[in-house]
Design a protein around this ligand. Structure first.
Ligand code: SAH
Length: 349
């Protein structure tokens, strides 16, 4: 490893902040050796904080209707080939009940930006889930909502909220989203979530179209200052019915490297080895854990709708039942010496 990079990695391991130029150095001309060194340090950090335990979250993709038109996303409004569906509250609760029985203690409710589910509707749903499973955490991932709405859902008991910032560079944001969408509003939403006391998740795709090393350096600077409790980060994968259908996918190796850097930068952060990482490589999730991730988010959606929640092509686990995913993961974690924890897995410093 280059002495300059080595010094920066040491700085990071000592929990010192890096500036943009220093992040640029770490993110330029990355070698296999750089990645191995970062993974080693990140894995040691994660082992020290979480032991060999991996937190699991059951994700219920309850609607693929979306009012937005993100250029990368398979469930964007203008994809007429997407077969749209919505789950009823009872169906969502059934998913949670099934998940509880197989050891999930966090339920993630994710959807497109579907405003037919009003904030008060979601609040009522959260109350029902919490009443049925008081020892569980509820995470929402519904896209951008107004502060008052986020407040209502938080008051109903929602614990966490995932809203990737997607990119910290406003111009790059504009290349990934239609003009109606606003970088400023997304950032405002993220700040609101924190203020309301949600454990907040930000994050970005690695290798999104037009992304440069400088953009990634800006993402790291943003994450370093914002200090989200969770970071969702996976490779960009093209979807055939989007304007980015012909764009190259993101790099598997670079994604693993960034996971390691995130672990070192924010040691306690809840960091999933994402489904996209498992899609780009058959051992992606295992390697993600070995690079410093500590969360896995298997699917809890009914098998009948799984294929319809296609954010990108070839998404894994769309034929499986929830119990298959649960035990497949247990085996996968065991194969690398890790265990699945049956706990809420809250952020803790
Ligand atoms: N609508 C919600 C949640 C669903 S999308 C929201 O806006 O937050 C969840 C995440 O999937 C997005 O934040 C995006 O980073 C990721 N995603 C979407 N399309 C993708 C693609 N083609 N490849 C990889 N990740 C994608």
């Amino acid at each position: 490893m280059q002495p300059e990079k080595q010094a920066l990695l040491q700085k990071l391991t000592a929990h010192e902040k890096l500036n943009k130029a220093q992040w640029m150095t770490l993110l330029t001309d990355v070698t296999e050796d750089d990645r191995a060194e970062a993974a080693k340090a990140a894995r040691a950090e994660a082992l020290q904080i979480f032991g060999n335990k991996v937190f699991i979250r059951g994700i219920v993709e309850f609607s693929n209707y979306c009012k937005n038109d993100c250029l990368y996303c398979g469930i964007r409004r203008s994809n007429a080939n997407a077969q749209r569906y919505r789950l009823t509250d009872d169906e969502i609760l059934e998913c949670c009940d099934e998940g509880y029985a197989i050891g999930y203690r966090t339920f993630v409710l994710q959807s497109g930006e579907d405003f037919t589910y009003t904030a008060s509707h979601i609040a009522e749903l959260v109350r029902r889930i919490k009443a049925a499973h008081p020892d569980c955490a509820v995470t929402l991932s519904l896209g951008e909502r107004e502060y008052d709405e986020l407040k209502l859902m938080r008051a109903a008991g929602a614990d966490r909220y995932l809203l990737r910032h997607e990119t910290a560079n406003a111009a790059h944001y504009g290349m990934l989203h239609p003009p109606q969408m606003s970088f400023a509003h997304r950032m405002e939403c993220l700040r609101g979530l924190k203020r309301l006391g949600y454990q907040t998740g930000a994050g970005m795709m690695i290798g999104a179209p037009y992304q440069t090393a400088e953009h990634l350096a800006e993402d790291m600077c943003f994450l370093q200052e914002f200090r989200p409790e969770m970071i969702g980060m996976g490779p960009f994968l093209p979807h055939k019915d989007t304007p980015f259908a012909k764009e190259p996918k993101g790099s598997y190796e670079l994604t693993l490297y960034l996971l390691s850097l995130c672990r070192l930068m924010l040691p306690h952060v809840l960091l999933p080895a994402t489904t996209a990482l498992g899609t780009i490589h058959p051992q992606g999730r295992e390697q993600g854990i070995l690079a410093g991730a500590n969360v896995i988010m298997p699917n809890l959606s009914p098998t009948a709708v799984r294929k319809k929640y296609m954010l990108y092509d070839n998404k894994i686990c769309t034929e499986d039942q929830s119990s298959d995913c649960r035990f497949c993961l247990q085996q996968r974690m065991k194969s690398i010496g890790y265990e699945v924890a049956v706990t809420r897995g809250d952020y803790a410093e």
